[in-house]
Design a protein around this ligand. Structure first.
Ligand SMILES: NC(=O)C1=CN([C@@H]2O[C@H](COP(=O)(O)OP(=O)(O)OC[C@H]3O[C@@H](n4cnc5c(N)ncnc54)[C@H](OP(=O)(O)O)[C@@H]3O)[C@@H](O)[C@H]2O)C=CC1
Ligand SMILES: O=C(O)[C@@H]1CCC=N1
Length: 272
């Protein structure tokens, strides 16, 4: 489908990142509509992206090829149950919600084609990475449609088991926050070492960008790139030793396990 119409249900952080990325990629404003109960949110989205907005989810989904469910998991059941009678045959549901399984969406929406997707907010800059899982009703054309949507805002990969979406959340869905935390901490520490806050922030952010770009394009892994920065007896060695002795690897593993466990817990609590 060359010019699909896409309705966003919920126009908050994640929807805005996707909308911004789609428009930057060349989607037309008249292909997109966003529905949200918040008047301020609708004004912001209309002003920022010049797309149609509404507070009526039923109006948003009428005629849409793809319906992106981008509300908080806590309201997903009510949103879906209200939306179910408004859906037409052939529409593809793309849910970006953490912790809401396909089976729950099918229970609330009926016999629908669902792609469960875990994107991340760098989609706004078309630097997103998404994990996708399709239920059995998704046709090959609809798979291609989901790929067109998420491919417009970054890269994507399909997982063959739905449970792996929780692992995707732990790595990349929530992952930007881990790197932002690192940037905050490096900025603070740089400022304490005497740099201006602005300079410390610039150095930290561009270092993150450069390291990621280098790691993506290198023909060796991150461990080898790290070793190449770490001169024996030099400065980096002291920093890395401090991280290792402080248990950074264990901490990262624990954090990601807790993240995935929370997604599973949400499925128990909110998916009924
Ligand atoms: N933020 C992220 O980095 C990521 C988020 N996600 C998923 O995206 C989803 C949305 O998260 P996020 O964008 O951060 O949350 P936000 O709160 O920023 O956005 C959700 C929006 O939905 C609106 N909303 C509430 N009720 C309804 C309704 N009945 N109909 C339509 N819209 C409604 C909310 O309005 P109001 O505020 O007035 O309630 C809010 O504007 C979540 O399910 C989350 O798991 C996935 C990947 C990454
Ligand atoms: O924190 C959350 O629950 C959402 C899902 C992944 C990123 N943000």
């Amino acid at each position: 489908m060359s010019s699909p119409h896409i309705a966003f249900i919920g126009a908050g952080n994640m929807a805005s990142s996707l909308i911004g990325g789609l428009l930057a990629e060349g989607f037309q404003t008249n292909q997109l509509i966003a529905s949200d109960p918040g008047a301020e949110t609708r004004s912001r989205v209309a002003e920022q992206f010049a797309i149609a907005t509404t507070d009526d989810n039923a109006q948003a989904v009428a005629g849409a090829d793809v319906i992106v469910l981008a509300v908080k998991p806590q309201v997903m059941k009510a949103v879906c149950q209200a939306l179910a009678p408004q859906l037409s045959a052939g529409q593809l549901i793309v849910s970006v919600a953490a912790g809401i399984p396909c089976a729950s969406l099918e229970k609330w929406l009926g016999d629908v084609a669902v792609v469960r997707c875990m994107p991340n907010t760098p989609a706004l800059r078309r630097q997103g990475v998404s994990g996708l899982f399709a239920n059995a009703r998704v046709s090959s054309t609809q798979r291609a449609l989901a790929e067109q949507l998420l491919g417009a805002v970054g890269i994507y990969l399909w997982v063959e088991q739905e449970s792996l979406i929780d692992a995707v959340i732990a790595v990349s869905g929530s992952g930007p926050a881990y790197f932002f935390l690192m940037m905050e901490a490096m900025t603070e520490a740089g400022a304490k070492l005497g740099l201006s806050r602005a300079d410390a922030e610039k150095l930290a952010l561009y270092t993150a960008l450069g390291a990621a770009d280098m790691a993506i394009h290198a023909d060796v892994d991150a461990a080898e790139l790290r070793r190449r920065v770490t001169s024996p007896g030099g400065t980096t060695e002291q920093a890395i030793r401090t991280f290792e002795e402080g248990g950074l690897r264990n901490l990262v593993e624990q954090a990601m396990n807790n993240c995935a466990a929370r997604a599973a817990e949400m499925a128990e609590q909110l998916g009924q």
